[in-house]
Design a protein. Structure first.
Length: 99
């Protein structure tokens, strides 16, 4: 079966990204490996360290594979958490959040 890597897959992050969401998030992302990825962060109210690690790992993996990995429509809380973790610059090559 051939996947279309040109058409990005989009996933919507849940509002609470805590330790209990890290495993499911990782599984969801890994199931889409090989396809460009758009991650909708518009609903994020809380971003924990474990889920941030999953997102950074996925972004590095996608980039190494030569595929797009973009976190779009980041909520204000998501932006704040990225800054607090010192991870804003990792995702700074992406578009600003849509308002």
């Amino acid at each position: 079966m051939s996947e279309n890597i040109e058409t990005p897959r989009t996933i919507v992050l849940p509002p609470i990204l805590d330790l209990t969401e890290a495993g499911p998030l990782s599984e969801t992302l890994l199931s889409a490996r090989g396809m460009a990825m758009h991650v909708d962060a518009s609903l994020v109210a809380r971003l924990g360290g474990q889920c941030l690690q999953v997102l950074i790992s996925a972004a590095k993996t996608w980039r190494a594979d030569g595929l797009e990995f973009e976190i779009r429509q980041r909520s204000e809380q998501c932006e704040i958490a990225l800054r607090q973790f010192g991870a804003s610059s990792f995702f700074s090559d992406q578009r600003e959040p849509q308002q």
